[in-house]
Structures are given as structure tokens and as C-alpha cells.
Design a protein around this ligand. Sequence first.
Ligand code: BG6
Length: 465
Amino acid sequence: MVKYEFPENFWWGSAASGPQTEGVYPGDGKGESLWDYWYEAEPEKFFNQVGPDKASRVYRKYPEDIQLMKATGHNSFRTSIQWSRLIPNGTGAVNPEAVTFYNNLIDEMIANGIEPFMNLYHFDIPMALQREGGWVNRKTVDAYVAFAKTCFELFGDRVKKWFTHNEPIVPVEAGYLYQFHYPMEINLRHAVQVGFHEMLASAKAIEAYHEMKLDGEIGIILNLTPSYPRDAANPADVKAAAIADAFFNRSFLDPSVKGTFPTELVEILKEIDHLPEYEADDLKTIAENTVDLLGINYYQPRRIKAKETPIDSTNGPMPEDYFDNYEMPGRKMNIYRGWEIYEKGIYDILTNVRENYGNIRCFISENGMGVEGEERFINDAGEIEDDYRIEFISEHLKYVHQAIAEGSNVQGYHMWTCMDNWSWTNAYKNRYGFISVNLDKEGERTIKKSGHWFKKMTDANGFND
Ligand code: BG6
């Protein structure tokens, strides 16, 4: 038997976001976000036509939900402040009902021994800003920084862990390259500009936070997808994997932690005349305002091979001009979601952060297993028997444990997610929670087997195998 014990005061918990959990729109002064707008305009784009108004009702149910967090062994929990709830038009007046809600949520968490980790942006731009070009428009950077400062002023006395963005690559790739989020463009120029503005906004928010000298720290949450070449002995595959890594990981990891952009990426963008527009001081701002800590979301790796077949160039250059995705035969799959499961990837990321990013303080901010049709695992007592999720978590935790033993500066592990929640166009298709949500019964919650397991495991600060 091997014992996997974690460091003292390890952060155990889960992550979610405001737009995916709160519900209540229209109402209580919340303004329109991109999601509210898009759902109303094109409901057929959403799984079973379920929209953000059907998010898991945390806005109303948070006292009950915080008790459930306790019952599932949380000592910390991450969510996000919805920009369009706090500042309905993106800029200008603050919504007093939102202030009350977030104050109550934060206070209730603290009173129950759950440390609030607050993220400022989870794909949810206020529609008033999107109508003016969203993150393509530099005005959004200023609006975001004003929003961030408002959050620090209102809640920074109690919230000690802040994050500027969750997965900033997602608005870039989903909105401007691969058409799975509004505005569904295929436009590398806009994609690059969005990414640059997100990084600039992050640096400016970090600068503002540090200037306020609050007692706390600020980081960013990145989804890292280790990029493995088809054949590590084939230089063309290795080069292709390195380019994919620069596009999808280092484009945010390097500026966030080191304050610089990867040279390989800059060279490519220069060559195809796609560098972003920026002002004289921007690079200095990014260089001087790096993160205090890093949140790492890990779901699956990327398998890459050298470019074999040219892609359609109608819409201009794309990252895939430089590599092909590779369907590695025999890879282990989550058959309920279609994503690869490769537990060692989490160890490889942590090792890379230790060796190449100054071993910055970090934590696993998301890791999890989505399951479509999870109701088929309900037992007679009405509980979902998700042994596959318990195995998923423990197999990943073994590698986190190993990285810590080798010196990685890992402070915690958050699962995605607490309650099953609304997941953008996938709505409630893939369930990830420790706790199920019954949409037919006003969002009734039931702890799954994994939630009970997590409680036991975190009480013991580890597990045996
Ligand atoms: C994560 C995002 O990457 O994936 C979440 O941070 C999202 O917001 C989650 O809900 C799951 O995605 P999906 O498409 O499987 O429901």
C-alpha cells in the first residue's frame, strides 16, 4: 500500500464561474452578457436549447450550496464575479444588488471555513462592450481594469486570492478561430489582438492590485495542454509540437509569468504580418506586472505531428498552417466526453513550470471528467455512482504528489466542478460535479459518490492506494 499525503494547509476544493452557476437573468439589475445575447439570438446553438438563465441557481441557493461544499470536503472554492452583474453596461454605474449578492456569498463562504478564490473574467464580456468590438477593441482593456479595481475596492478586504482571467486562450480560439463561441469569426488578426489585449488587461489589473497594497495575491488561471510530438526522434514532429505549444500554452504562460512573449511565436506572426497593434508602453507594462501565483487547468494533452496536408486558406492564416493534430492510436479516452485521459500530463506541466518558470507558486485550478448521460449511473438511493471520477481524480493526484515530492511548488487541487453546471453551448450535456443538479426539480442537489469520497480524502489530507 502506498500513502499519498499532501502538504499541510493544501487547498482542496473546486472551481466554477459566475455565468455558469448564478442564473437570474434578467433580474436583480444584471446587465446583458455576450451569452445572454447570443442565447436569445440563436438558442439552437445550445445543447437542448438550454441557456444561461438555467444556470444552477447559486444566486438563490448559495447558503445551501456552501453547506454542500463543506459536506464534500472543501476548504476553498473558486468562482467569478460576473462583470455584467456588477457593472451592467460594462462601464459606469455599479449595481447595488450585485454588491449585496457578492458580499453575502463571500461572507458566507468565510464563515463556513471556505476560502473564496475570485476570478474576474470567465468568457463573459458585457454585451455593451462586445457591440463595440469586445476584446478586439482596446477600450475593453480600460473598461476591464476599471471593473477589476471596483472588485478589489469592494471585496479586497476579505478576498485574498484574485485571478485576472480563466483560460484566456478560450475567447481567442473559440470566438476568433474555431467558431464555437460568439462572434464565431475565423480571423487570426482578431484572435491575436484579443489575446494581446487580454494579457495587457491582466498586467494592468495586477499593477492596480499591487498599488492598492491589499493583503492578498493575484494570479491567472491558464489551461495548459502539453504538446507531445508523434515521434520524439523526428525533428519535424518536435518542431511542429513546439509551435503548437507556443500558440496555445506559451502565448499566455510566458507573458503571465515571465513578462515576455515567446520568440518563436513573435517570429511567425511577424513573418505573416499578424503582430497585434500596441502602444509604446504596453510591453513594459506586461514585463513589469507578472503574476504572484499560477492556476493550472488540465484536462487533456495535445498530440502533434509535422504538417502533412495544407489547410483551407480562404480565411487567411491559421495556427494549423504549422502543425497537424495527431490521433495517437491506443490513447486512453474518456468515452463519455471524447477527451483523452493522460494523467502524466499533469506531472509534465508541473515539471515544466518548476524547471522553466522559476518554480512559481501554483495550484491545480481545474481538472475533471465530463460525463454525458450521467443519470444512467444513479443507484436505488438516488446517488450517482461515479467511480470513474474517483479514479480520474486519484490517478491525477498521484502525479501531483510525485511533482511535489520532486520540489514543485504546488499549493492545492481544485476539481471542476462542485455542482453540475451550465457549460456554454454544451449547457448541461457533460456533467462534471461532485454534486448533481436536477433541472426538473428546481435544481435539486444530490451529492455523488465522488463528493463523499472527496470529503474523506481531504479530511485525511490524502489517500492510500
Ligand atoms: C473548462 C472551462 O475548460 O471546461 C469551463 O473552464 C467548462 O468553463 C469546462 O465548463 C467543461 O467544458 P465542457 O464543454 O466539457 O462542458
